[in-house]
Write a protein that binds this ligand. Sequence first.
Ligand code: NOJ
Length: 555
Amino acid sequence: MHNPTLTHDAANDLWWRSAVIYQVYIRSFADGDGDGTGDIAGLRSRLPYLADLGVDAIWINPWYPSPLADGGYDVSDFRGIHPTYGTLDEARKLITEAHELGLRVILDIVPNHTSDQHAWFQEALAAPPGSPERDRFIFREGRGENGGEPPNDWYAAFGGPTWTRTPDGQWYLHLFAPEQPDLNWDNDEVRAEFESILRFWFDLGVDGFRIDVAHGMVKDPALPDLGLTEFSVIAGEGQDNHPHWDRDGVHDIYRSWRAIADSYPDPRVFVAEAHVRPGRMPDYLRADELHTAFNFDFLKCALEADRLREVIDRTITDLATVGAPATWVLSNHDETRHVTRYGRAHTGVTNPARDQGHPTDLALGTRRARAAALLMLALPGGAYVYQGEELGLYEVEDLPESALQDPTWERSGHTVRGRDGCRVPLPWTGDTPPFGFGTFVSATPWLPQPDDWKSYTAEANRADPTSMLHLYRSALRLRRTNSGLRSEEFRWLAGPPGTLLFERDNALRCAVNLTDRPIPLPDTWVPLLASGPLNKDGTLPPDTTVLLHLDRLTD
Ligand code: NOJ
């Protein structure tokens, strides 16, 4: 179990530099009241599981009041809790109980947009063009005859135009769904409101925030045309001086947020969800801005040694320029689960909207997922674990169309299924759905679980010493006890082509075999933990990672 040490001292203040943070997609984690949707009660009941797993913190996806047009990323009240998930009082209890177990709690803040049901947007719709109420959002006149054409040619992330017309003829901007109007960050009231929201939750005891669309928010007021095609905008790649992604103006916002975080005696931290071009990330992680950022280059990278090495090198080198730690991540609630991705012929992510429905070999994907997980947890810095990856869950690609809820499905005219397949409620116990997802009355979960998840439950994983859960637990334990994994040291060693070999200090090495044949392991080094069985002759099989220590060492 964890050592519950959330005390305030210099070493603990740096916890975020090497933290493993478990992502709780609350809607699908555990259902405490049996209505088919996850909630705070369910999460509280499973905190001991998370402490036992050995993670350092949890990040909870948006739990605020929301019509759930985009799974809660359409927030109608930033200071409340969605009634389906519970109450503010339960949120307080959750934070206290998590802290007692040594787990920090990170929330998700969504500053780029609100819900169209947010009081501000409703006020804006009721107010005339040019009013202060409209100035909190981005309203414009249309182009063409009677302003009947959108103000520019931008596409929204889930498909369709990025503008919706209001009954009085003006248009409002939404980089995501029409139910998610973009806020105007040139408006002082917007800035003050978010500073107040941060303080509200920090005062309640939360340890930090994951910042949604951290590369958004600031727009070129001229709103120039982009000349792009549908579904090409989310990656934020493309030209310099993009009119709505990664504009320099966002850094002022983060400087003021950091000052707020630093005004608390114990550290409060930020992690950026920023999709930016190579070389741009360090700016977000300057000492007076955010603490860490998701490493989507790692998530998207094909499972090939040369490419991984390049991403790992670039990450460490780039971030070192600002003294920020690396982070690593394989899956989240927006991407196809990596067991499924790694079982495909092409293991990288190219276009999140389109990477679906390719044939996959789940046995191969699982073997590779194990190798990738052990690699991720052996690298220096922090890591993110998406709920269910520790159980070995795969993407549910055959959800019935009637069950699909991701706005992408509707917005794409039923051509792109979207992200529901990685959001299916977790299986905990038993042989039939809902597999203990609901602890009391068991309504059907909001997305149906596959029958064969009976062999993926936490219970089934626990009973099998070779399971994914045991691999994660063992690796997380080693991160706490092994001096090599606890150090910030990292050094590549020469290995055969198609392999990765590195040393964390002179006592711990990691070898990853991504070739199709066994490779010899360094002499005098002894396996400490492997992602799969090693060969009898001591060689490392394909798609396998091993951590090794020097024979004489005991840690
Ligand atoms: C990124 C979130 O991870 C995703 O789920 C959401 O749809 C968009 N931001 C919009 O808020």
